[in-house]
Write a protein that binds this ligand. Structure first.
Ligand code: BF8
Ligand code: SF4
Length: 659
């Protein structure tokens, strides 16, 4: 049976108008073009999945052994082995957290191994780009650095980081970077994680058939595993990236599909690990390469990024961002991309299929991440610069195959400022010689800034792309809330023009606007990729250490939000935020609805354990209410709410939100 006709009939946008599925004009244009070109996208494929599995959604499907698969229904309250909904839902959840932790941490491991090679003189084209960052980190980890060669310091640090993966029983060293009080909470709750690898292995062991069946015990291990991500693999990834590639400082660039050139050779990098893209960023400015591009008839070369690889090279080189997660297929549909290079994570297997309609070559570069239909060009780290140049030359050769009749690059992009590492924020706030978070703490205490909200995570075709992220961001800025962003949420705000200092003049509330103007910062600070959510924790740690806003995360008026999330990594991030004492708002729930006990544990009982929990708010307005309520309560407890705010707070319906 040929079933291609009905699928093609729904190509591109699927059953809805493009404007109902995506928010920005560039994406609307490309979705309409996908329909005209009869190209399927995730939006049309979502419609193909119309009745998504309710058992899966509720987390009550178990296929952990071959007596199953089993699913819990009103008529079958237990699987063949006797597992009930609580056990099944909790086990599935633990595995999701382990998946997210593994992805972030394997990325971190890769960078740590590269640091070790560089330290031993086997790093090929890679160097220690930021010696001050190396020495700063060494001091944090109590490694002697004064008077020692940078390579020797780097080797000690790399070995310590490797031991973070291998530790069998001792707690992770990196946990010591958290406020002392929070370390005490983790100890008291029995969730101090040991080695990162051990936590992930233990997650798989505990969830094997016939091992851990107590949902509370399982969920505590989910939190423990997530801490090995946020205070382990992710934190280490950020630190090592800064050492090898440079600590980000504010940098201007642009975002959205309009950054692709109509007359340049366009190369898009997509994925997460910065090692290859760093070299591509350098090679793309090589005069010899640029001359070759011109000799091929192009006006030059445009390197642009998608997803977190984009965030990495944006933060350090100002390389423009073509788009976030749901624009990966749309970039190809412009018909103007010679090559799309993937590394790991969030790269859709559909890319080669979409590329068939155009001339784009899809290149995979990591041996652990291949896709049928993509050309696999293993990235040779030892000859990284040459590897990068070879890839660019291949793209130059492909330029001749571009069919201009199929090309339509949307003339849509927005200016942005990114690159807000914690060190950069400190310098901006306090000046080079007295770098400090003091001005931020003072602004919060005085009420000019009400609180801090970290908005993170993905797009999801089940939600109109970027709509929740941007509506929420606008509302918060207006209410004098400083918004910190990473990942695809940061790119969403970039496309909406919110990552510029000028946006503060238009959008921020009066107190917050004054601060932004005085410091010269946007109201939304782009802090990097998804592993850089560890930078958010680092920033809040600075706030705590600076003093005046409590001595633990749970006391600071700070909230995390994942509005349009889709990935297991987002689940791990949410968990380490909550375990760190930071409330997390989700735009849509986890797959846990089949167990009231698991839901209650994550959304309520976690508050007694960690001082924070998850909250599901399906629309941005509801999220604003909950967030402001949390922030006001924290301010009230700190005794920094002004009279007017207190009155407003007293009048509030105190609902179920005991925060
Ligand atoms: O790690 S925000 S879609 S790209 S998972 Fe993926 Fe989600 Fe984007 Fe970065 Ni993070
Ligand atoms: Fe079914 Fe139990 Fe096997 Fe899961 S572990 S598939 S519930 S028998």
């Amino acid at each position: 049976m040929n079933n291609s006709v009905p699928i093609l009939a729904k190509a591109g946008t699927g059953s809805l108008r493009a404007g109902d599925r995506v928010s920005d004009e560039a994406s609307v244009q490309m979705l309409d073009k996908a329909a005209a070109d009869c190209v399927d996208t995730c939006f049309s494929r979502l419609d193909g999945q119309r009745n998504q599995c309710t058992f899966g959604k509720n987390g009550v499907c178990c296929r952990l052994c071959y007596m199953g698969p089993c699913r819990i229904t009103p008529k079958a309250l237990r699987g063949v082995c006797g597992a009930d909904a609580d056990t099944i839902v909790a086990r599935n959840y633990v595995r999701e957290v382990a998946g997210g932790t593994a992805a972030h941490s394997d990325h971190g491991r890769h960078l740590v191994l590269l640091l070790k090679k560089v330290a031993e003189g086997r790093g090929g084209s890679y160097r220690i780009a930021d010696e001050p960052a190396l020495r700063r980190s060494a001091r944090l980890y109590e490694i002697e650095e004064a008077g020692r060669a940078k390579e020797a310091v780097a080797l000690d640090l790399a070995d310590l980081f490797i031991s973070e993966f291998n530790r069998q029983e001792d707690p992770l060293w990196t946990l010591k970077l958290a406020p002392v009080k929070r370390q005490g909470v983790w100890r008291q709750r029995g969730i101090l994680p040991s080695g990162i690898d051990r936590m992930v292995v233990e997650s798989l062991h505990r969830t094997h058939m016939g091992v851990d069946h107590d949902y509370r015990n399982l969920l505590l291990h989910a939190f423990r595993t997530s801490l090995a991500d946020g205070w382990g693999g992710s934190r280490v990834a950020s630190i090592v990236s800064d050492i090898l590639f440079g600590t980000p400082v504010p940098i201007r660039s642009r975002a959205n599909l309009g950054v692709l050139g109509e007359r340049t050779i366009n190369i898009v990098v997509h994925g997460h690990e910065p090692a290859l893209s760093e070299m591509l960023a350098i090679a793309s400015r090589d005069p010899e390469i640029l001359a070759e591009a011109r000799a091929a008839g192009a006006e030059g070369l445009t390197l642009a990024g998608i997803c977190c690889t984009a965030n990495e090279i944006l933060m350090r080189h100002g390389i423009p961002v073509a788009g976030n997660f749901l624009q990966q297929e749309l970039a190809i549909i412009t018909g103007a991309v010679e090559m799309l290079i993937t590394d790991v994570q969030c790269c859709m297997p559909s890319l080669p299929e979409v590329a068939k309609a155009y001339h784009t070559e899809i290149i995979s570069t990591s041996d652990i991440a291949r896709t049928v239909g993509a050309v696999h060009v293993p990235f040779d780290e030892e000859r990284a610069f040459d590897s990068a140049k070879a890839l660019i030359r291949r793209a130059i050769a492909n330029y001749a195959r571009r069919d201009v009749s199929k090309m339509a690059v949307p003339k849509v992009s927005q200016p942005l400022v990114a690159g807000f590492s914690v060190a950069a924020i400190k310098h901006m706030l306090g000046g080079t010689y007295r770098a400090s978070f003091r001005p931020l703490n003072d602004a919060i205490i005085q009420g000019r800034i009400k609180g801090i909200v970290g908005i993170v995570g993905c797009n999801n075709p089940r939600i109109k792309t970027d709509s929740y992220v941007n509506a929420l961001t606008r509302e918060l800025i207006q209410r004098d809330v400083l918004v910190l962003k990473t990942g695809c949420a940061a790119i969403a705000s970039a496309k909406a023009g919110m990552l510029t200092p000028e946006a503060a003049l238009k959008l921020a509330g009066p107190g917050f606007r004054e601060v932004c103007e005085a410091v010269g910062i946007p109201p939304v600070l782009h802090m990097g990729s998804c592993v850089d959510n560890a930078r958010l924790l680092e920033a809040v740690t600075e706030v705590v250490l600076e003093g005046g806003l409590g001595d633990d995360f749970s006391e600071v008026p700070v909230v995390g939000v994942a509005p349009e999330w889709m990935s297991e990594k987002a689940i791990a991030i949410g968990c380490y935020f909550v375990a760190s004492g930071i409330h997390v708002i989700l735009g849509h729930p986890f797959h846990i609805g089949g167990s009231d006990n698991v839901t209650r544990f994550l959304n309520e009982e976690a508050r007694d354990l960690f001082g924070a929990s998850f909250h599901v708010c399906s629309d941005p307005q509801e999220a604003v209410t909950v967030i402001m309520e949390i922030i006001n309560r924290k301010r009230e407890r700190l005794g920094i709410n002004r009279k007017a705010e207190r009155k407003l707070y007293d009048m509030k319906d105190r609902r179920a939100l005991d925060v």
